[in-house]
Design a protein around this ligand. Structure first.
Ligand SMILES: C[S@@+](CC[C@H](N)C(=O)[O-])C[C@H]1O[C@@H](n2cnc3c(N)ncnc32)[C@H](O)[C@@H]1O
Length: 137
């Protein structure tokens, strides 16, 4: 049986340690399809989307098991490159992917990170101690 836990928090305000305490173990995959309400002002929407992607990445660093994979929605724009560089610090393989289901006219594009390496992570997200996370894979 697959168990599912629903958390309706604003991702930017989640305290990673408390979130982790509820998990029996680290997760294999993080999928983030989060996006803001679109204002129509491209620069604003792009910046908000990257902010949400950064929040997803920060949580990923504490939730994902070693060797795990990540898929995060972003919007194309001038902030995307820096975000991809951050993802590259923690994943062996990083690609930009546009699923067939995504409209060609849409600026959405997904950042795929494969083979997470927690020891490589140099981002600001704090890694909790193992004992705070429960069993590690
Ligand atoms: C494109 S929809 C995702 C749809 C989802 N894949 C589905 O099939 O239901 C984007 C979602 O991001 C959520 N969202 C936007 N800002 C958020 C935030 N700061 N924290 C958590 N969720 C957020 C919205 O509520 C919305 O449900």
């Amino acid at each position: 049986m697959v168990k599912c836990r629903v958390n309706c928090s604003d991702i930017r305000e989640i305290e990673e340690l408390k979130f982790n305490e509820k998990l029996a173990r680290k997760v294999d995959v993080v999928l983030s399809d989060i996006s803001p309400n679109i204002s129509g002002v491209w620069e604003v929407d792009h910046a908000k989307q990257i902010e949400l992607a950064e929040a997803s990445l920060k949580i990923t660093l504490t939730l994902l098991c070693s060797g795990g994979n990540l898929l995060i929605k972003t919007f194309q724009g001038d902030l995307l490159n820096d975000f991809v560089k951050k993802v590259k610090k923690s994943f062996e393989i990083v690609r930009l992917v546009k699923p067939l289901a995504s409209r060609a006219a849409s600026s959405e594009i997904y950042v795929l990170g494969l083979n997470f390496s927690p020891t490589n992570q140099k981002l600001t997200g704090k890694l909790p101690k193992k004992t705070e996370l429960g069993a590690e894979r």
